[in-house]
Design a binder for this molecule. Structure first.
Ligand SMILES: [Zn+2]
Length: 285
C-alpha cells in the first residue's frame, strides 16, 4: 500500500475515536483494515472493572476516557488487546473459540521448534551460526529510542538474538520503569512497559508458558482443547490479541519484530488470518 493511500482507523463512535487516535501512525495497514471490517464495539465500564471483551454483547470493558484512570495510558494498550479479541471473536459463540483457532497448527510447529531453538541459542554463544535474525533498521531505531544507553541497547539486542527472550524483555521493562513522561499518551512509559509485557504474554500463549509470561497454565486449562490440553482456544485467542497489540501500538516496528521472531510460524499464520478478516473472507457476515 502506498503512503498516499495509507489505511486509517474508522472512527465510528466517540469511544473508538478516543482510543484509536493514540495508536501508532505506523500501525500495520492490514490490522487497521481488520479493525474497520469489524462492527463498532460497544462499551461498558462498571466501577473498578478490568479490561475485557464480551463476544455475546460485542462490547469492551474500558473507561470512556483513560486519562481519568490511575493506570492512565495503559488503557490504550488494553483497548488494543480487547479490540484484537473483538476482531477475532465477534459473531461467534465464545465457548467455541475465535477465528484464531486456525492458528493451532502454526502454534504446534513453533512449539516443535523450541528444543531446536535452545540448541541454536547455545551454538550461537559458541559462534556456530545464528537462530534469531538481526534487528531490522526500524526496530533497531525504536530500541535506541527506548534505551538511551547504547551499550545496554546492544546487550538487549544480543540477548534477544541468542534466544534469551525473557531476559531481553525484562531489560526493556527495566529501562522504561521510572522513565520521564512521554510527549503524548502513545509515548507513556507505562504503555511501553505494557507493550513489552504483551510480547511476553504472546510468547507465553504460543509456548504454553514453557517460554514467556502471562496468565498461568491453570487459566488456559479452563478452555476447550484443540486436540491436546496444552493447546486451547484461549492460547490461540491470546496469541492473536497480543500479536494485534504489537501491530498497532506506538513502537510497533520493534514490538512486531519481537513477536515475529519469537514465534515465526504463529506470526505468519496470524498475518494471513488478519488479511482474510480485513478482506472479509473469514466467513463473517
Ligand atoms: Zn486477552
Amino acid at each position: 500500500m502506498s503512503r498516499g493511500q495509507a489505511a486509517r482507523f474508522a472512527e465510528r463512535t466517540a469511544f473508538e475515536r478516543h482510543y484509536v487516535k493514540h495508536l501508532s501512525e505506523n500501525a500495520n495497514p492490514v490490522a487497521i483494515l481488520a479493525f474497520n471490517a469489524t462492527p463498532p464495539v460497544k462499551r461498558k465500564f462498571p466501577a473498578g472493572a478490568r479490561g475485557a471483551y464480551r463476544a455475546d454483547g460485542h462490547y469492551i470493558v474500558a473507561p470512556a476516557r483513560f486519562e481519568a484512570m490511575p493506570d492512565g495510558a495503559i488503557w490504550v494498550g488494553v483497548f488494543a488487546h480487547e479490540m484484537g479479541h473483538a476482531i477475532d471473536l465477534h459473531g461467534r459463540p465464545a465457548d467455541q473459540g475465535g477465528r484464531s483457532i486456525w492458528l493451532a497448527p502454526a502454534i504446534r510447529r513453533d512449539r516443535d521448534r523450541i528444543g531446536e531453538r535452545w540448541v541454536a541459542a547455545r551454538s550461537r554463544v559458541a559462534g556456530e551460526g545464528r537462530e534469531m535474525p538481526e534487528f531490522p533498521p526500524a526496530a533497531h531505531a525504536c530500541l535506541l529510542a527506548l534505551i538511551a544507553d547504547r551499550r545496554e541497547a546492544r546487550r538487549v539486542a544480543r540477548q534477544w538474538r541468542a534466544g534469551r527472550m525473557e531476559e531481553a524483555l525484562a531489560a526493556l521493562i527495566r529501562a522504561r520503569r521510572g522513565a520521564p513522561a512521554g510527549r503524548s499518551p502513545a509515548c507513556d512509559p507505562r504503555l511501553q512497559i505494557y507493550g513489552f509485557a504483551v510480547v511476553g504474554a504472546f510468547i507465553g500463549a504460543v509456548y504454553d508458558l514453557a517460554r514467556g509470561s502471562g496468565p498461568p497454565r491453570a487459566y488456559y486449562r479452563r478452555f476447550r482443547h484443540l486436540g491436546t490440553p496444552t493447546l486451547t482456544i484461549a492460547h490461540a485467542a491470546e496469541a492473536f490479541a497480543n500479536a494485534y497489540v504489537a501491530d498497532v501500538l506506538e513502537g510497533t516496528e520493534l514490538l512486531s519484530f519481537l513477536v515475529r521472531t519469537a514465534a515465526p510460524h504463529t506470526h505468519a499464520a496470524y498475518r494471513v488470518l488478519l488479511a482474510r478478516i480485513a478482506a472479509r473472507h473469514d466467513g463473517a457476515t
